[in-house]
Design a protein around this ligand. Structure first.
Ligand code: SF4
Length: 512
């Protein structure tokens, strides 16, 4: 069952119809704050009739033949598989050039598109770069007001709007994130079938000023924006009228200047209502204090996630993580003594310049943590480094898959001996994710072939064979003077600043 937390117009005109599409199933979509918020911004416009569509949608309210626009919200490189599933279900041609003026205009936005729209150039008619709130609604309103114009003219006009990239017009774009989050963004529809059932999510900040050298969530969202404390509290109070489950969201929630006060407020509310539960995706190690740990424990959180990236002090300096081993040890101890049951530690393998000694440092740190916190549930989740556009590490390639697998197996064995649980992302899937992340125009045909070949790992290898060498995208260290596919987007803080940081100088974007 769904509960709408805003007033809907149930008597909408059906003259202009939009499918707002999530490349995944209903339960994940209903836990995606970005997807639901953008849906709401369209749903409250009187003369736009909008319906949510998922990969598991069986029956639509708006018939495909009546749809004017389809938009996709894409968060992950592999989302293209679900996009094509939806295309196939409604017999939509995969390429923009094969869809005539009678077919819906199809566009996409989200972090994957913002970081590098070029792989999708032949698939979508246009793409939203950066914050979606303003450009998304502006684009759809423009399309509605000019619906009788030919597609070619519509796209030319759209290309003049800030934040909209039209591949067929092929214009350079300067991107600035202009959306403020003064009015807190929150879950507008609660669902008991959502992955995070009936959870009211509040966005407390956008971006992260720490600017770790590999982190796309930080660089794509500069400048960092914070929702004002008073509005966060007002929004939490509003959400608590409908549910007891609250989650705070941000690239790094604990960097909010009033994070401690927000936690204190929630703590006070839990004293009067023991059913209130608060969730936080991940905490910065240097932000965990007794008060914060106490609040999390009181609000029903059993495990806390912290991201250390690596147990090697040397590598943490290289990536500019700016946390020390002492801080990591103190944090786990603080969580333990304040009533949490365990900690999950995010880390990576294959960070540029990594050696076997660095892997050993991670094992040694795990051993120390285990020894100092007997009975406390400590586990690790490892991914492998994937270069992302618009970060200082965009020029670095990955380590060879065999080296990474060897390091992964060693970690698995050693952590198992210590009785520490560890999950690992698939090195082979991460490899193909890197190919797409740093992909160019070749990727449109490649992705279509992957889909047609079954979308399993073997389909990626088969589809690239004879067309391009995927190692060139995933493994090669790029020269800093090379033209990169995504250079067509001029994103704050700009290539020269990223280059400075890649070459180990001070970052003038965030003064970190
Ligand atoms: S602290 Fe976390 S969110 Fe912030 S830049 Fe580093 S990795 Fe990204």
């Amino acid at each position: 069952m769904e509960k709408f937390l805003y007033k809907r117009n149930t008597n909408k005109s059906t003259k202009y119809n939009v499918w707002f599409t999530f490349p995944g199933c209903y339960s994940f979509a209903m836990s995606s704050l970005g997807f639901l918020h953008l849906f709401k911004t369209l749903d409250i416009v009187d003369d736009i009739n909008v319906e949510r569509i998922y990969t598991d949608t069986n029956k639509t309210l708006i018939k495909y033949g009546d749809v004017n626009v389809i938009c996709f919200s894409m968060s992950f490189d592999m989302d293209f598989i679900s996009v094509f599933q939806i295309f196939e279900k409604y017999s939509i041609p995969f390429k923009s050039k094969d869809r005539d003026d009678k077919m819906p205009i199809i566009f996409a936005g989200g972090p994957v598109i913002t970081s590098n729209p070029i792989p999708y150039s032949e698939i979508f008619d246009f793409m939203i770069i950066g914050d979606g709130e303003i450009a998304n609604t502006e684009a759809i309103k423009f399309l509605k007001d000019n619906k009788d114009l030919p597609k070619r003219n519509l796209l030319e006009e759209l290309s003049k709007i800030d934040g909209i990239y039209v591949p067929s017009v092929n214009q350079e774009k300067i991107l600035k994130n202009t959306c403020q989050i003064n009015e807190c963004i929150y879950t507008p529809i609660l669902s008991d079938e959502a992955f995070f059932k009936n959870t009211f999510i509040v966005e407390t900040s956008r971006g992260c000023a720490n600017c770790c050298n590999f982190c796309m969530a930080s660089y794509l969202n500069l400048p960092v924006r914070f929702a004002p404390y008073e509005n966060i509290i007002k929004t939490i109070d509003f959400g608590l009228q409908y549910t007891n489950d609250i989650a705070l969201l941000g690239a790094q929630v604990s960097i909010h200047p009033k994070f401690k006060q927000i936690c204190n407020y929630i703590y006070e509310r839990t004293i009067n209502n023991k059913n209130i539960k608060m969730g936080i995706s991940s905490l910065r190690v240097d932000a965990v204090e007794d008060d914060i740990a106490k609040t999390l424990a009181a609000a029903g959180q059993k495990h806390v996630t912290i991201a250390i990236e690596t147990g090697s002090e040397r590598l943490r300096q290289i990536i500019k993580k700016n946390i020390t081993e002492e801080q990591i040890i103190n944090t786990v101890e603080t969580l333990n003594k304040n009533g949490l049951k365990g900690v999950k530690i995010y880390a990576m393998i294959g960070i540029p310049t990594e050696t076997n000694e660095d892997i050993q440092d991670t094992i040694n740190l795990a051993k120390k943590l285990k020894h100092l916190n007997k009975g406390f549930d400590i586990s690790f989740a490892f991914s492998s480094f994937t270069p992302k556009p618009f970060t200082p590490f965009q020029w670095y390639g990955r380590f060879d898959t065999k080296i990474l697998e060897h390091r992964q197996n060693y970690l698995k064995k050693e952590l198992h001996k210590l009785g520490i649980g560890a999950n690992f992302s698939s090195i082979k899937w991460d490899y193909w994710q890197a190919v797409l992340s740093r992909g160019d125009i070749n990727m449109s045909d490649f992705m279509i072939d992957v889909y047609k070949n079954g979308s399993k790992l073997g389909a990626f290898k088969k589809s690239a064979k004879g067309k391009f060498n995927p190692d060139d995208y995933a493994l090669r260290i790029y020269q800093t003077d090379e033209i990169l596919p995504w250079d067509i987007i001029n994103m704050h803080p700009g290539k020269s600043v990223l280059k400075e940081r890649f070459l180990q100088k001070k970052c003038t974007a965030c003064n970190a």
